[in-house]
Design a binder for this molecule. Structure first.
Ligand code: OAD
Length: 230
């Protein structure tokens, strides 16, 4: 049974119509990271932050999985493969394509978190700063998204899986944000072979044993067909 750890980023959802962060028309061209993706930004203007993520949630709900998400679900269903999808994405397109073993290291648009008592619950479609926490009742609702300056979720589990993997594959991520950007080096040090599938060379492309360039909707199904021997 081949153990594969897959890291995905915004590029895998781009062809589903979800904007990436660092493209010339990306989200970070229109919004300052400090304003909408940091705890300080939230403290300063929670309304703005909620509006930003409400719009991201609406875009994710309107999108549908593309052949890249679907191919990963198909590979996971194969009895010869043990797949873990570690995603930096906060959309739910992997799950909607049928993937089951998905770890959202940067959180999810579909989760709410009380920053007063840390209670978590499913996010409503539209969130506002005045929403009371269902557990402690305080108006301290935030999206359950990992912001800059915060620790991504389940890191020990990810590093453990990475070290035990037979292959590490990075798909649709620019390699700018740590710790995810360091997974290729972690895999390399553990002697795990590495493959990158991305539209263009990423910041860390040269560290991968193999890097293929093209759209995820083509590269990922192609690679999955190779794995499944078809
Ligand atoms: P980026 O926007 O930084 O990078 C997206 C990558 O996907 C780029 O390298 C593109 O070339 C590539 N790409 C675009 N379209 C593609 C396609 N159709 N097929 C294949 N590749 C494609 O997004 P991420 O690397 O995911 O974090 O960004 C990482 C983190 O930075 C995000 O999780 C987010 C952001 O700030 C937080 O908000 C905490």
């Amino acid at each position: 049974m081949a153990k594969i750890v897959i890291l995905t980023g915004a590029g895998i959802s781009a062809e589903s119509g979800i904007r990436t962060f660092r493209a010339s028309d990306g989200l970070w061209e229109e919004h300052r990271i400090e304003d909408v993706a940091t705890p300080e930004g939230f403290e300063h203007d929670p309304d703005l932050v909620h509006r930003f993520y409400n719009a991201r949630r609406a875009a994710a709900m309107a999108a549908t999985p593309n052949p890249a998400h679907e191919a990963l679900a198909e590979l996971e269903a194969d009895p010869g493969h043990d797949l873990l999808v570690v995603t930096q994405n906060v959309d739910d397109l992997h799950e909607r394509a049928g993937s089951q073993n998905v770890l959202h290291m940067h959180g999810s648009l579909f989760g709410a978190l009380c920053h007063a008592c840390e209670h978590r619950w499913p996010a409503p479609e539209v969130m506002a700063p005045s929403d009371p926490c269902p557990s402690c009742g305080r108006a301290a609702t935030r999206p359950d998204i990992v912001w800059f300056g915060e620790m991504p979720y389940r890191m020990e589990e990810i590093w453990h899986s990475l070290r035990a993997a037979d292959l590490f594959v990075s798909i649709g991520t620019s390699g700018n944000v740590y710790p995810a950007a360091g997974f290729v080096a972690d895999a390399m040090h553990a002697g795990v072979p590495t493959l990158e599938l991305n539209l263009e060379p990423s910041a860390g492309s040269r560290m991968f044993d193999e890097a293929r360039q093209g759209p995820a909707s083509v590269l990922v199904p192609e690679w999955v067909r190779e794995r499944l021997g078809g």
